[in-house]
Design a protein around this ligand. Sequence first.
Ligand code: ADP
Ligand code: MG
Length: 319
Amino acid sequence: MQLSIENVSKTYSNGVRALDGVTLTIPTGMFGLLGPNGSGKTTLMRTIATLQDPDEGEAYLGEINVLKEKDAVRRVLGYLPQDFGVYPNVTAQTLLSHLAALKGITNAGERKDVVEALLRRVNLWDVRTQKLGSFSGGTKQRFGIAQALLGNPQLIIVDEPTAGLDPEERSRFLNLLSEIGENVIVILSTHIVDDVAEVCSRMAIIKEGRVLRGGEPQRAIDAIRGKTWKKVIDKNELPQYEAEHHVISTRLRAGRTLVHVFADERPDPSFDEAAPDLKDVYFITLSRSNGAPDEDSVFPANAHVTTTDGSSGGKGNGR
Ligand code: ADP
Ligand code: MG
């Protein structure tokens, strides 16, 4: 099973073009949809989840025409929305059982078993009789995953699930997600680069409704190896460096500023080679779309991305 999204566009009534010709092929496994706030992630996720229609384009989940056969999609879909709200005065067990009934698990005995198995799987069994309103952010998100797993979905969409979680909750949540992502399609929409770096085998970077890059995170990192340079400077030197170099990122370190620079060659002997990571890939990709000078061919300006073979720049979308 794979999800093919073909040339999907959406302009809201206020004139915002939230999606602009999005083409993506998403296979089984953990897929990271990475982009800054406002880049169109939620619009794309809601479209795939059959909650809203695009103006143009098509999407297929295996043989299912996503935009036309909505009921068929919903039968195999698990969705954790960005603004997942719970009834605060209901217990985890009661709400999950209720949602299971809505999902069509009408046999009471079967429902009890399914609910128990899911609560154990997301590690909420011990707190099943506590009210959801008393849960921490991370616990609530694990409940969110439990409800998304009802009915053994083939496609699981989680939209910004780690925003607001503390580091321990976040790591626990990501581990849970990657266990699930082995045999089904999991789309993790996020603005947090580390979410993708830690658990996703494939990704796409989206900005202003356009896919700028796709493929495997590791290949994207390898593509800039030997081209990222670092140097510690004084904060007040930064404007000069920004004028003279392609500064990828800056980080304060003990009162000094560590700059990462992107360049084919070492800019001068005062720079050290930096080991590139996905954050470098992300910031280079985003800056490219601002019309930054084209210093290499690693990031084609208007890549139409297909992710089936990890390559970028292709036009195909074999489904
Ligand atoms: P993301 O999830 O990446 O933050 P969204 O899909 O929520 O991005 O939003 C993409 C763009 O569309 C933003 O500019 C946002 O303000 C706009 N937008 C989102 N939903 C609506 C809506 N219902 N009406 C008008 N504009 C919207
Ligand atoms: Mg969003």
